[in-house]
Every structure is written in structure tokens, then in C-alpha cells.
Design a protein around this ligand. Structure first.
Ligand SMILES: O=C(O)CCC(=O)C(=O)O
Length: 289
């Protein structure tokens, strides 16, 4: 089914740097996706090629797990993303943000694009899809309206254990009274701009909080840090030659895809770790040390 972003939703994104309550999937389809994610957790927890499944879920899973690359190609999602970014779309990353019930996992206030080496582009957005009931109690995202109009602001590395971000990076001095929650029902999604200040609290509900974040970019985004980076063309064309194209996996944990996974990880780690005083894992899975 074709989905359009309403004028009001578009305006909300342009003015505030985020919009929530969009539809990506029916509740039934979201339940089916959740089942597939949880089946993988049961059958492939140990992952492949020396990485556990948590690593693939948190970093670039779309390179080796067909389920994740397929979700990123969902027409109903891309139609709405295209309303903002235009007809030519690439996927830079797909990540799962899972918070188990009653745990202390948080995401500190940050701007996504700070360490991605893409400069301060407006041509990137995250579609964040709820596969469970992502209520305020469950630790949905909260956003500072209009904060995307800032440039990239200073972040401090905290390397906090409960932080799902790679370096526990944090923007100091946020006025929490300005924050707006973005609760989502299963199958709903939010969009946020790469410079929007956002964060999330622990999951105090009695169910898992499962979100799937897809980072879409356009051919016009350029990797300033290392020349070119890897992305999967999912709609339209890329005539700018600024990205190294990846096709997406043909089957789960194919050896060639796993080799590419390592290549991309090595390439991106350098960008992500730039300027950090501690060592930086690409991202922290819940429960990871
Ligand atoms: O899942 C969360 O709570 C935060 C996700 C996030 O920071 C992001 O998708 O950029």
C-alpha cells in the first residue's frame, strides 16, 4: 500500500526535527517481524564469524541478515522518507535498539550525526520503527523540538555502562522541560533528523522495548572523514558516485557478506572513534561490557 506523509507531518518534521505516530506496518505485520527477530535470538544467538547476534543487531545488520535489509526496503516506509529526502534513497545502517523490561539501559542526549563523518547534512534521517509497545513507561524516545536547527554541538564521552551509545556520548545542559515524548504502538514509526537532540529512559514496562532504526541518506551526502562510505541503494538512482554500493544479503550470514561486514566495520570504526579518549566499540548492545 502506498503511504503519503501528510502536510502536517511534513511540517512537524521541518519545524521540530522529528515526527512520531507514522504508520510503517500493521500491528499484525509488526508482530510477525518481532517474532522473526525473536526466532533469530533463539536460533542464532551466537551469531557468526566471531560476532554474536547482539553485534549484528546493533551495527549494520542489514549487511548480513536479510530480514533487516528487507525491512529497510519496505515501500510504505520509503514512500514517506522520500517525501522528505527525495526520490533517490540509500540505507547507511540498520540497527535494533532493544531494552529488556526492568533494566537500566538508557540513551543519553545526543545528535546522531556527530560521529558519522557526514558533516552537518540535512539529507539523512532515521526511521525508527516500533516492534513492541514503545510507551513512555517503556522508555520511548524524547526529542527537543527545533534542536535540528543547531549545528553539531559538543558531546562529552561518558562511556557509561548503561548507555546504549558507543561512547556514552552526551550533550550537557539540556532543558528537559522542553522535551517531547514520541510514544509508538507496534508498527508505528517516527522520523528524526540527524541533528535533533534526542534521548530515552529505562524500560519500566513489563515487556521488551524493541525498536528498529533505519538510517536513510541521499546520493548527495558525502563522507567527509574518509572519502567514501558504504550504503545500499534502495530507491531511485545514485549518479553522484559518493557511496560504495552494497547489494544486501542473499541469505543469512553468507560468508561473502560476513567478509564485507568486517570490511565495513573496520572502515567505520575509524570514523566513529575519532577524537575519543577511550576505546570505542561501534555500539553497545544491552548487557555488553
Ligand atoms: O532507541 C532509542 O532509545 C534511541 C535510538 C536513537 O538514538 C536513534 O535511533 O538515533
Amino acid at each position: 500500500m502506498e503511504r503519503h506523509l501528510s502536510d502536517a507531518d511534513m511540517q512537524q518534521y521541518q519545524d521540530n526535527g522529528f515526527v512520531a505516530g507514522l504508520t510503517a506496518f500493521s500491528e499484525e505485520d509488526a508482530a510477525e517481524l518481532r517474532k522473526q527477530v525473536e526466532t533469530l535470538e533463539q536460533t542464532h544467538a551466537t551469531g557468526a564469524d566471531g560476532f554474536d547476534l547482539g553485534q549484528f543487531f546493533r551495527v549494520n545488520g542489514h549487511l548480513v541478515i536479510p530480514l533487516l535489509s528487507d525491512v529497510a526496503k519496505t515501500p510504505a516506509i520509503m514512500d514517506q522518507v522520500a517525501a522528505i529526502l527525495g526520490p533517490d534513497l540509500l540505507v547507511w545502517s540498520v540497527e535494533l535498539f532493544i531494552k529488556e523490561p526492568g533494566t537500566q539501559s538508557v540513551v543519553s542526549w545526543h545528535q546522531d550525526i556527530t560521529y558519522w563523518g557526514m558533516g552537518e547534512t540535512d539529507e539523512e534521517l532515521t526511521a525508527w520503527i516500533a516492534l513492541s509497545d514503545v510507551s513512555v513507561e517503556a522508555g520511548c524516545m524524547r526529542f527537543i523540538p527545533g534542536s535540528h536547527k543547531n549545528k553539531i554541538v559538543p558531546h562529552e564521552d561518558t562511556f557509561s555502562e548503561d548507555n546504549l551509545l558507543s561512547r556514552g556520548q552526551e550533550i550537557a545542559g539540556i532543558d528537559e522541560s522542553q522535551a517531547q515524548h514520541g510514544p509508538l504502538k507496534p508498527g508505528q514509526m517516527s522520523f528524526h533528523h540527524g541533528r535533533t537532540f534526542h534521548a530515552s529512559s529505562p524500560n519500566n514496562s513489563d515487556d521488551r522495548r524493541i525498536g528498529l532504526a533505519i538510517r536513510y541518506v541521499t546520493p548527495g551526502v558525502h563522507q567527509s572523514a574518509q572519502g567514501r562510505d558504504y550504503a545500499m541503494l534502495v530507491r531511485g538512482k545514485d549518479s553522484e558516485n559518493g557511496w560504495i554500493h552494497v547489494a544486501g544479503p542473499s541469505r543469512l550470514f553468507d560468508p561473502q557478506d560476513l567478509a564485507l561486514y568486517r570490511e565495513v566495520l573496520t572502515h567505520q570504526s575509524t570514523t566513529l572513534a575519532a577524537g575519543a579518549e577511550g576505546s570505542v566499540d561501534m555500539y553497545q548492545a544491552e548487557g555488553a561490557s
